[in-house]
Design a protein around this ligand. Sequence first.
Ligand code: PNS
Length: 171
Amino acid sequence: MGKKGRDLTAVFPGSFDPFTNGHADIVERSLEIFDRIIIGILHNPSKNHLFSEEERVALISKQFARYGARVSVVSFSGLLVEFVESTKSRVVIRGLRAVSDYDYEAQMALVNRRLSPRIETLFLTAREEHSYISSTVVKQVALLGGDVSDMVPAVIATALTRKYKATQKDR
Ligand code: PNS
């Protein structure tokens, strides 16, 4: 419980296609600060995703099942600030790997503040061992048959292997 018995909740939004060890670390560290974390998966029908929205919700839920109600995984579409406003939270968490992430992240945070001044964006710096990991890199390595077991949680690694085997069969 947070101060004055409040339930401090934060939203961790992203595409998570797929969810990486970098993302998992941000969630784990956020749980040290907040009572609850809502992982918000952006549903963007115009983008070609490797994992469907339902698959991403199921895989990430499995990863954090041990936290029970402290972690919830939901998908959202439209504006992030509207999604955050629909929850009890007013904090958005984002991870920063390197300076190169900063421009885009700062712009998003400023736009979101303009749209909804009561919502704050909180940045956590990625651990250095995760600084090279991105969902894009993971997809590329997995597609070419490389080992991604150091880059993603085990449930995601298994799902990636299954997904690419199925894709190769279709060819
Ligand atoms: O993991 P990603 O792809 O970097 O996540 C980006 C995300 C989902 C946080 C961002 O694209 C987003 O919030 N999209 C929702 C649309 C929105 O609110 N846009 C205005 C802020 S620029």
